[in-house]
Design a protein around this ligand. Structure first.
Ligand code: PMP
Length: 362
């Protein structure tokens, strides 16, 4: 009885507003994009700013990489290098492979994924369940010809009607965000956007969204990069264009970079700043987003939200800052919600006492 009263009072305090579109869309590809922009209540209140998160985990393949996957496939079709019944090949251990596997099923292509053999069985199984052919290969550095990226390229080169989609350096990736994600964020904020920040893997999201926002705002919207430990881009931006040797590592997946990819390209010169986010802050935010907003997100997303908060604090109250919800925690939950795993990474104590209850796995 008391609980019911409390719940009703809480619900009354937070009116729910939702708008629905009545339009039906065409299949997987039609359902891609047009994701909600979510105002994060707790961090907005704490900073006195509007902190907005583009919910890319609501794409039909579950991540921000669905748009890039569709972008590189459409580009290959338009260039005439991929014809009906052809093969799409990529080197990836993560969301790009999942996005490509979905898009390939939806458009009738064979999907072949090369990945380092250090990746979890769950990732291999998921891609195979989505119909992709997976080749785990020795986990060797990029300089080595057996590296999974080079093997993907060589495999595609040896087939008729096949394309290596080359997510890091094929700018059809960033262009997909330039044409869709960026303009959507601009429209959803009515152009009232002071800053955008996100982490980078290929750099496609940051450069594509960033370019679209800079163009529309006449340069007024600031665009910042967020980096996990072990990535060199933060030091590149803050120390005048020097690529420092990688040191340290991070529990985040899909982000962090050791070079300027073609997708990031010259946009790196237009960045207004960069933030380096330690894993301790990332993991605490991941648990807090679950507790305070009901959002079950992966570590790269939590890092993005920490960066948005720090940028909001830097800019001062009254500003609007946007970032990206990259994917859900589902693919990482056996680690990120395991007490033993968190302990092994020295991160268990980074989670505030009242949030420890969410680490339910041993
Ligand atoms: N978060 C996750 C979970 C990802 O898989 C990726 C893609 N590698 C990113 C963020 C970064 O996206 P982008 O490749 O566009 O820089």
């Amino acid at each position: 009885m008391v609980l019911a009263v409390v719940l009703r009072a809480r619900a009354a305090a937070r009116p729910v507003t939702r708008s629905f579109t009545s339009r039906a869309v065409d299949g997987f590809v039609g359902a891609l994009g047009n994701t909600p922009l979510i105002r994060l209540e707790k961090v907005s209140k704490a900073t006195g700013c509007n902190i907005l998160a583009k919910s890319e985990l609501q794409n039909p393949g579950g991540s921000v990489k669905d748009r890039a996957a569709l972008g590189v496939v459409l580009d290959a079709e338009q260039r005439g290098v991929l014809k009906p019944g052809g093969t799409v090949v990529e080197g990836t251990a993560g969301n790009t492979g999942i996005g490509l596997a979905h898009v390939c099923r939806a458009r009738g292509y064979r999907c072949v994924i090369f990945m380092p053999n250090t990746q979890s069985q769950e990732k291999i199984d998921l891609l195979r369940m989505l119909g992709a052919e997976v080749h785990p290969v020795p986990a060797v550095a990029y300089e080595h010809p057996q590296n999974y990226n080079h093997q993907a390229k060589a495999f595609a080169a040896g087939l008729e009607n096949a394309v290596w989609t080359d997510q890091f350096d094929n700018t059809a990736n960033a262009d997909a965000h330039y044409r869709t994600t960026g303009p959507e964020i601009w429209a959803q904020t009515g152009g009232a956007l002071d800053a955008f920040v996100c982490a980078t893997g290929t750099g496609g999201t940051l450069a594509g969204v960033g370019r679209a926002l800079k163009e529309r705002s006449g340069g007024r919207t600031q665009v910042w990069l967020a980096d996990p430990p072990g990535s060199v881009l933060h030091s590149y931006v803050t120390s005048g264009g020097k690529l420092k040797e990688r040191s340290g590592g991070s529990i985040t997946e899909g982000i962090g970079q050791g070079r300027i990819t073609n997708n990031l390209g010259t946009f790196v010169e237009q960045l207004d700043g960069a933030l380096n986010i330690p894993d301790e802050k990332t993991i605490a935010m991941m648990y807090d987003l679950l507790d305070s907003e009901g959002l079950y997100v992966g570590a790269s997303t939590a890092l993005n939200v920490v960066a948005a908060v720090e940028l909001a604090q830097h800019l001062g109250p009254g500003k609007t800052v946007a970032t990206i919800l990259c994917d859900g925690a589902y693919r990482y939950q056996s680690r990120l919600f395991s007490k033993a795993w968190l302990q092994s990474k020295g991160l268990r104590d980074a989670i505030p006492e009242h949030l420890q209850k969410y680490a339910v796995l041993d």
